[in-house]
Design a protein around this ligand. Structure first.
Ligand SMILES: Cc1cc2nc3c(=O)[nH]c(=O)nc-3n(C[C@H](O)[C@H](O)[C@H](O)COP(=O)(O)OP(=O)(O)OC[C@H]3O[C@@H](n4cnc5c(N)ncnc54)[C@H](O)[C@@H]3O)c2cc1C
Length: 405
């Protein structure tokens, strides 16, 4: 592993070290490209590593990629791009096998994957690594990248992109406040979404990492890239609302997959707990507006997530991290319900891409949360880590080919 201080050139320069950037960097390296991986702070800092619930792929005997695609289109209210959805769902099983080859060990039961049904899904399709799926995926990808010959550029924040005769020049601000220019045959933008910054502006809570600030989307648009659905931001229905140390924590949606239900102040279930995210969040907002919500001890609006209905053996296998976090602050989710309220979570829209993850700018690729179209205006849980893997791989591979052409 080489570290780069200044003025280097690469075949493929990846910006962002979440699951999508790491997948792109590993796949470009495997395609024979000289790769640089630049990221705003450390390689570990990203939203991807915080992902708990899981990753979708149609492995069930009663399931198929076509059914997965139908669920995505329905959850998106037919706003997703059918071409991108077809790529996402048909490549999902091979993407899972690729992650396994890189060292990810998905939780198994009865000789197969342990599959859960997530919000908006018609079948059980969610694979998990306990409830630290994102951590397991990013760790495996990062270790594979670090074992190769690619270069690392930590503390390089992208600030400008310019087309050149042979590719692109990227300008970065480093930790020491230097401005560094790097040349590349092709660029992969994998800098994630903007919900941390957006929540700060709105004075709301967010599940996101502080690096989720969205400037790379603006930089790409300034260079001429097109974007779509940027106004469509997603609330996670189950933000932690109490205790204070858990505010903004995303209670995994798998709690509901394993039997937890949403109830109001009168103890009544007021919504189908396995609906699409936008519908469940909206139902919570409306219940609180009707006066049927509860208040947290510090006066925030909330409803109950009754997690006492989860079978202890399911919780031990699929929710151990969540149990540890809550028990660590004195609440046992298997013995008492949890305070919950929607929190800003995900940028549904983003840069327009084609099936190879190329943006409308030749030689500039985008994958992961920074890209738009795959989820339309409403993403299903478990499809973001999948998008990072499927389109990250495609972006890396095609960028490597493009840089050599
Ligand atoms: C708490 C939580 C739980 C989640 N659970 C799930 C789940 O169970 N299943 C699922 O599918 N999805 C889940 N998601 C969503 C999913 O994890 C993310 O959408 C996805 O991982 C985003 O990956 P990414 O590679 O696009 O971006 P990120 O992982 O956010 O990485 C972006 C990278 O870009 C870097 N960066 C940002 N700006 C710049 C810049 N100017 N210059 C250089 N680098 C920059 C960042 O530092 C970071 O390294 C969850 C998200 C959160 C926050």
């Amino acid at each position: 592993m080489r570290r780069v201080r200044t003025g280097a050139s690469f075949d493929v320069l990846v910006v962002g070290s979440g699951a999508s950037g790491l997948a792109a960097a590993v796949s470009a390296g495997r395609a024979g490209a000289r790769v640089g991986l630049a990221t705003k702070t450390t390689l570990q800092a990203c939203n991807s590593a915080k992902a708990q619930g899981g990753i979708q792929a149609a492995f069930g005997e009663d399931d198929s990629p076509a059914m997965h695609a139908e669920d995505v289109m329905r959850s998106s209210h037919d706003t997703a791009s059918p071409r991108l959805v077809d790529v996402l769902t048909s490549e999902a099983p091979t993407a899972i096998h690729w992650l396994e080859e890189l060292g990810v060990e998905f939780t198994r039961s009865n000789g197969g994957y342990r599959l859960a049904r997530c919000g908006g899904a018609s079948r059980k399709r969610l694979l998990q690594v306990g409830d630290r799926t994102g951590h397991a995926i990013t760790k495996a990808l990062r270790e594979n990248y670090e074992a190769g010959s690619g270069a690392e550029l930590p503390h390089h924040a992208l600030s400008e992109l310019r087309a050149t005769e042979h590719g692109w020049t990227a300008t970065f601000q480093t930790k020491d406040d230097d401005s560094v220019e790097i040349e590349a045959g092709a660029i992969v933008l994998a800098a994630g979404g903007r919900c941390y910054a957006e929540a700060e502006t709105r004075g709301e809570l967010s599940t996101n990492h502080p690096n989720a600030t969205g400037e790379v989307t603006r930089i790409a648009m300034k260079a001429g890239a097109e974007a779509r659905d940027l106004d469509a931001l997603q609330y996670h229905p189950n933000g932690g609302a109490w205790p204070a140390t858990m505010q903004g924590y995303s209670i995994p949606e798998t709690t509901r997959a394993f039997g937890a239900v949403l109830v109001n102040a009168d103890g009544e279930e007021f919504t189908g707990s396995l609906g699409p995210r936008d519908a469940v969040s909206q139902a919570i907002f409306e219940e609180v507006e009707k006066g049927k919500g509860i208040l947290t001890p510090d006066g925030r609006p909330a409803v109950w997530l009754d997690t006492t209905r989860i079978a202890p053996e399911d919780a031990e296998i699929s929710l151990p991290y969540m149990l540890r976090r809550y028990r660590g602050v004195g609440i046992d989710p298997l013995a008492e319900p949890m305070y919950t309220y929607p929190v800003l979570h995900y940028q549904n829209g983003g840069l327009v891409i084609d099936e190879h993850a190329e943006t409308t700018l030749e030689g500039v690729f985008a994958c992961g949360e920074i890209a738009g179209g795959t989820h339309g205006r409403n993403r299903m849980m478990g499809n973001s880590l999948l998008e990072c893997t499927v389109f990250g791989r495609r972006a890396g591979r095609t960028a490597a080919e493009r840089a050599r052409a």
